[in-house]
Design a protein around this ligand. Sequence first.
Ligand SMILES: *Cc1c(COP(=O)(O)O)cnc(C)c1O
Length: 420
Amino acid sequence: MEPTEAYAREADAADPLRDFRREFLFPQHEGRDVLYFTGNSLGLQPKGAALILQEELEDWAQYGVEGHFQARRPWYSYHELFSESLARIVGAKPKEVVAMNGLTTNLHLLLVSFYRPEGRRRKILCEERPFPSDTYAMASQIAFHGGDPEQDLVEMRPRKGEHTLRTEDIEARIAELGDELALVLFGGVNFYTGQAFDLEAITRAGHAVGALVGFDLAHAAGNIPLKLHDGGVDFACWCSYKYLNSGPGSVAGAFVHERHLGTDLPRFAGWWGHDKDERFKMERTFKPMPTAEAWQLSNAPVFAMAPHRASLDLFDRAGMDALVAKGRRLTAFLEAVIDQVASDTGKQLEIITPRDPDQRGCQLSVVLHGEGRALFDELTRHGVVADWREPNVIRLAPVPLYNGFQDVWRFGEVLKECLS
Ligand SMILES: *Cc1c(COP(=O)(O)O)cnc(C)c1O
């Protein structure tokens, strides 16, 4: 792969997904689209979002309460509109997934069911530097059960001198913790390093010592290929506003493996988790849905969910296989461009995301040795939207739905200019 403008132009011309770019609204910088590489933080707005939201407002105006059954997309069963598309994205059966709540809320609800410390088996193993919200959720769940997070929340550190974890080390650590391990909870893709973990290997290792295994897929859903069902993952959750482009704080998702459905796992229950055919009997005894919907609490927040539906239409049309294939090439191109700029300018730009395409999605985290915030601010002034993490990391996510190879090429030119 040549880091040249000619390559970028040819790759864009041959890209079967190139027209999807026109489905999105780009922020503007000096009269043209910004170079937007923060789809891992907040995905761009699909043009279809406004239309579908407008339709829900119209149906509310026209039908009032009757909209629950008479709306174009009846609100009573609104969440059901998401299951098939989400199942394709995370590799699950439709009954194993549900769109609901926020991500951290779902993590808590799932931990209530799947973190059940008992006797010696109390520990949770996670990767180093999980997203802070996940740390708060895990630590507070441990404390809620009377445990000590200092003891029971175990972070897995990379080897000295390395930035990311080796699968064999994760497996060894799980085996070592053995019957003290209640739960393994990793990100699907680490938000900081961009490392994609081997979900199947981690799940196998966790199950081998009798632990349950869950994943936070905030940076994985809509980004990397996932096979939650076949991989035997116990549970997972994700948000919809990063790679899934559904708008700030939009509705999150949850997965519960089929083998846990219809069981007597403890859960915090609400009426929308009750058997839908008998929901309005308003019985005192909770009768859970035989699906992941059993974890729902409330009726669907339709206005938050409508843009999610518009976005999933694009994923349905594009297909995860095509998105993953382009995402890999685009990320490899960004890698080649950054390496070229580093060599042209003599600067040290260290990519800490794994070089192996199987161990990453479409994010590269770059450590700017000797450069800092000033460079980042300069990039911003040139119309690059990237993400800065203290002390000196830039995260860049070229996403296949709306980024092209020429965006990446232009970024390289801007980077070179800012460095010199
Ligand atoms: C983005 C992100 C969150 C954010 O949590 P919300 O509940 O959606 O605010 C949590 N965990 C991870 C791993 C994330 O990447």
